[in-house]
Design a binder for this molecule. Sequence first.
Ligand code: ADP
Ligand code: MG
Length: 401
Amino acid sequence: MKTIEDLDVAGKRVFVRADLNVPLSGAAITDDGRIRAVAPTIAKLVQAGAKVIVASHLGRPKGEPDPQFSLAPVAVRLGEILGRPVAFATDTVGESAKATVAALADGEVTLLENLRFNAGETAKDDAERGAFADALAELADLYVGDGFGAVHRKHASVYDLPARLPHAVGDLIATEVAVLKRLTEDVARPYVVVLGGSKVSDKVGVIDNLLGKADRIVIGGGMVFTFLKALGHEVGNSLLQEDQIPVVLEYLERAKANGVEFVLPVDAAVSGSFPDLKTKAPVEDFAVVAADAIPAGTLGLDIGPRSAELFAEKLADAATVFWNGPMGVFEHPAFAEGTKAVAQALLDSDAFTVVGGGDSAAAVRILGFDETKFGHISTGGGASLEYLEGKSLPGLTALEG
Ligand code: ADP
Ligand code: MG
C-alpha cells in the first residue's frame, strides 16, 4: 500500500475518507476519540500544503438529509482539535460542496456533510454506488483512506472512490492494521479475548475464528444471556437471541475439543426495567444474583462483582488481550462496574492490550481511564472484528492496488 508520503499532495485537492462517526447526545459530542484519531493525518496533509476535503458518515440516516445526523458539530470540534478553521459543506456532492472545495486555499480544510445523506453511499447496486463515487471523484485529485471504522463496508466512499483516484492509506489505518497483525500472526501467549456488548450475532464470526487462535475467551455483556440460556439457565427478561442458541452450543463444544477455555460470568447485576440513560436516575430495585438463577421479570444489565473478580484473574497472566464490547450497560453508573473492572484488569496486566469497538473505546474514556495506558484503542469495532474473523475488508483491498 502507498502511504501519504508516496503522494505529491502540495496544492492538490485531497479527499480524506475519515470515520467521524462519534456518539452524540443532541448536538453535543460525548466522545471525540475518533476525531482526535484522524486529526494527525489531516494535520500532516495541511502541513504539506494540500487542500483537504474530509468526509465521513455519522449514524444511520436513510439515504437522505436528516438533521439529527448532521456532521456540523463535528466540523466545529475538528477545527478546535486542528487549531484552524474547518469550512463545512452542507451537502456531499451538491452546490455547497463544490463551492466550499473551490474556495479552499492550500493548507485549508473542509468537512463535507454526512455521506449517508446520499443513498448512493451505501447502495447494494454497483452502478448506483459508482455514480455517487463518480460525483465525489469530481471534487478531488487524490484519495487518502483513513476511516478505519468503515473499511469493512463496501460503500462508495470506501470502496469505489479509491478506484477512481490515485490513493494512499492514511496513518490511522496503517497503525490499526499493524496492531491487528499482532493479534493474528505470532501472537504472544496466553492470548485472552474478552467479548461483550449487546448482540451475539455481531460476534459469532469472530468467536468462530478465535476458537482456533485464542487460549481463553471471556464473555460478558448482553450476549452472555444467550450462552446462559443455551446451558439451560433462566435469564428472565435479559437480552436473548434464541436463534443463536445452537451456534453457541456448538462453540462451547468446539472450545472443549480445542482446549480453549470459555469463561462465563458467575453472577449478574439485575433490575426489573432498563435504566434511564438520560436522567441516570438511581436504580431502586438493583440486585446482584447468581448467573444461573436470574429471577423472572428481571433483566441482567451487568456482570456481578464475583464475575468481575473472576475476569480480572483470567486476565492477570495474559500476554495478549483483545477486548471488544462493554460488560454491561455502562452508560448508566449502576451498571458500569463490570466494564470498569475489565478496563482496570487490562491496565494492571503487562500484556499487549487492544480495545476494539466504538462503544468499548468510548466506555474506557467516559469511565475516566487514561487511554494512553492501553496498548491500542481501536477506532473500529466491526472492522477489527471482521479482520480478526479473517475476512478481506473492501476498504483495505481498495487501497492495495
Ligand atoms: P462495541 O461498539 O464496543 O462493539 P457493542 O455495540 O457490541 O460494543 O455493544 C455496546 C452496547 O452493549 C452498549 O450500549 C451497552 O449498553 C450494551 N450492553 C452491554 N451489556 C448489556 C446488557 N446486559 N443488556 C443490554 N445491553 C447491554
Ligand atoms: Mg457499538
